[in-house]
Design a protein around this ligand. Structure first.
Ligand code: SF4
Length: 504
C-alpha cells in the first residue's frame, strides 16, 4: 500500500500526495521537534493543532489516517511500520535543506520504502529556477529580474509580456504612512475546537518556550485559512499597498494579510492566494494596482526567490558571515522591558505576544538593530527561527542571514543599515520615545544613530568600494573631517554596554 506522509508544513489536501487519493495517510507528531529550540508557543500550537485538524478532516471523509504521537520521527516510524509493514511512504520533498535525506535514512533504517515527490507548495519548480539562473550567464541572483520573469511566465498582471500599468513595481506609491486617526479593519476571529487548547496546554507543561501562548489568532484549518484570505481581500487589500512599509504604535497589523503562517504550513497555496487577489482587483474599482502588485510581488517574487536561493546556497548560507560579526544578541531580544527604545521594544513585544511582526519591523527595526549592534547573523537567525509563527528554515535563513544581516552578498548588494531617520519617517514611534531621533551623541541620542555611523566605520574596508554605499560614505567622510567619529564611537560603545546590562 502507498501512504502519504504529511509533514507539518505540508498541510494541504489540494496539493501533493493528498490530492492523489492515497490508500492511507501518515502524520508523525514528534515532540522532540518542539524541543529543538526555544520556539514561540503559538508556533507549536499552530503546527500541531493544524496537523490534528487535518487528520480529523481526512478521517471524517473516510480516509485511513494513522496519527503517531511520538518522541521522534524515528519512534513514530517504528510504530507505523510495526502495524503496516511493506507500505511505501510518499512525502513531498521538504523545503528544509537536508531534510529529505534525513527522512530517507530514518525510513531505510526501518527497512521501509520512501518516495520523495516534488514539493508542490511553491509556484516555481527547482528545474525552472535553475534554468533561469543558467540563462543569466553567470550574473548574480537578482530578485527584480526573477520577479519580472515570473510575472511573464505566469501572466500575472501582464499583457503580452508587459507589466500592467506600465511599471513592474509601484514602490514609490507604497511608502505612505497612515493619518494619525487611521484604524485598520478588525481581524477575523476563528473558532477553535479541542486541538488548540489541548496543544497549548501540552506546550505549557512540557516545553521550554519564549512568548505568550494566549492571544492565539492564527488559522489552523483549511476553512479558517480560506476565511482569512477572503477577509484580507475584502477588507485590507485596498490599503495594503500604500501602507505596507508603515509602522504604527497602536496597530500591529495595519493592512497586512497575515497569511504567511497559513501559506508556510500549506493551508493555503501561493497560486490560489495570488489569483484570488488579482480577481479581487479586477472585480472592484477601489483596489489600486499598487496594492495588488505589492502583494503579488511578496508571494510570486520574494517568497519564491528566497526559497530557491536557499535551496542552491545551503549549507554555506546558514553559516555566512562576511562582515565577521560575532556578538551575542543583547537580552532585550527576549525582554521588551530591557529597552526604552520605542520601536525596538514595541517590535519585541509584538513578537512575544503573537510571534509576528510585519516585514519592515523585521528588516528595518529588529534586523537593523542587530546588524548595527554587531550581532552574529547566526544568533539573529536562531532568534527569528524560534520566535515567529511563520518561520521555517528555508524562509528565515535567507531573509535573516542574507538580507537582514548582510552575511552574504550572494543575493543582496548592500546591507539594510539605517539610522533613526528611517524609523522616524515610516512610523509614529519616535514621537513617544525618550530618545531623540535627530541626535547622534549624548545620553538622549537615539541608539540607532551612533551605531549606524560606527557600523559604517567598522566595516569601511568591506563596504566603501560598494557603489551603492558611495553617498553614505561621503557623509561619513564629512563626519570624519569634522572630528566627530571619536564621540560617535564612545556613544556606540555606551549603547552596546547599556544593551548588555538591560538598561538601554
Ligand atoms: S528615537 Fe530611535 S529608538 Fe526611539 S523610536 Fe525613534 S528610532 Fe526608535
Amino acid at each position: 500500500m502507498t501512504a502519504a506522509w504529511v509533514l507539518g508544513d505540508q498541510l494541504s489536501r489540494e496539493r501533493g500526495p493528498l490530492a492523489d487519493d492515497p490508500d492511507r495517510v501518515l502524520f508523525v507528531e514528534a515532540s522532540d521537534f518542539a524541543r529543538r529550540r526555544r520556539y514561540h508557543p503559538q508556533k507549536l500550537t499552530l503546527v500541531f493543532a493544524a496537523m490534528r485538524n487535518l487528520a480529523d478532516d481526512l478521517r471524517a471523509d473516510g480516509v485511513d489516517v494513522v496519527y503517531e504521537r511520538a518522541d521522534s520521527f524515528g519512534d513514530g516510524l517504528d510504530a507505523y511500520f510495526d502495524a503496516h509493514p511493506g507500505d511505501e511512504l510518499v512525502v513531498q520533498r521538504p523545503a528544509t535543506h537536508g531534510a529529505a535525506d534525513r527522512l530517507r535514512e530514518l525510513v531505510d533504517a526501518r527497512g521501509g520504502s520512501l518516495r520523495v515527490a516534488e514539493n508542490e507548495q511553491f509556484l516555481c519548480s527547482p528545474a525552472a529556477f535553475d534554468e533561469w539562473v543558467d540563462d543569466r550567464d553567470g550574473d548574480a541572483y537578482s530578485h527584480e529580474a526573477f520577479y519580472r520573469w515570473m510575472r511573464r511566465e505566469t501572466g500575472y498582471l501582464t499583457t503580452d509580456g508587459d507589466p500592467e500599468g506600465g511599471a513592474w513595481n509601484y514602490d514609490d506609491q507604497n511608502r505612505e504612512t497612515p493619518p494619525d486617526d487611521y484604524e485598520s479593519p478588525a481581524l477575523p476571529d476563528f473558532e477553535y475546537g479541542e486541538h488548540v487548547p489541548e496543544v497549548r496546554e501540552w506546550v505549557a507543561e512540557e516545553v521550554d518556550t519564549w512568548g505568550d501562548s494566549e492571544g492565539f489568532g492564527w488559522p489552523v484549518t483549511r476553512e479558517h485559512a480560506e476565511r482569512a484570505l477572503a477577509d484580507f481581500l475584502e477588507n485590507r487589500l485596498a490599503d495594503f499597498g500604500p501602507y505596507e512599509d508603515a509602522m504604527f504604535a497602536d496597530d500591529w497589523h495595519l493592512d497586512h494579510s497575515l497569511l504567511s503562517a497559513a501559506l508556510n504550513v500549506g493551508l493555503l497555496g501561493p497560486r490560489e492566494v495570488v489569483e484570488a487577489a488579482i480577481s479581487e482587483y479586477r472585480e472592484r474599482d477601489d483596489v489600486p494596482l499598487n496594492s495588488v502588485e505589492g502583494f503579488v510581488r511578496q508571494i510570486v517574487g520574494w517568497r519564491e526567490f528566497v526559497r530557491h536561493v536557499y535551496r542552491r546556497e545551503m549549507p554555506a548560507l546558514a553559516d555566512a558571515n562576511q562582515l565577521g560579526q560575532s556578538r551575542d544578541l543583547p537580552p532585550l531580544y527576549w525582554d521588551s522591558d530591557a529597552t526604552e527604545m520605542e520601536c525596538v521594544g514595541s517590535a519585541i513585544e509584538r513578537v512575544h505576544d503573537r510571534g509576528y511582526t510585519h516585514h519592515i519591523e523585521r528588516l528595518m527595526v529588529l534586523s537593523n538593530f542587530a546588524l548595527l549592534y554587531g550581532a552574529s547573523p547566526q544568533a539573529l537567525n536562531e532568534w527569528f527561527y524560534g520566535g515567529f509563527v511563520d518561520a521555517f528554515h528555508w524562509v528565515v535563513t535567507p531573509n535573516v542571514v542574507g538580507m537582514g544581516s548582510f552575511g552574504t552578498a550572494a543575493f543582496t548588494t548592500k546591507p539594510y543599515a539605517a539610522s533613526a531617520n528611517y524609523v522616524d519617517r515610516m512610523s509614529d514611534f519616535c514621537a513617544g520615545c525618550q530618545y531623540d531621533p535627530d541626535s547622534t551623541t549624548g545620553a538622549n541620542a537615539c541608539p540607532f544613530n551612533s551605531l549606524y555611523w560606527d557600523f559604517l566605520t567598522e566595516h569601511e574596508d568591506a563596504l566603501r568600494a560598494n557603489h551603492r554605499m558611495g553617498l553614505v560614505y561621503g557623509h561619513l567622510d564629512d563626519k570624519r573631517d569634522a572630528g566627530d567619529l571619536a564621540a560617535i564611537r564612545e556613544r556606540a560603545d555606551d549603547v552596546r554596554s547599556l544593551a548588555e546590562s538591560e538598561d538601554l
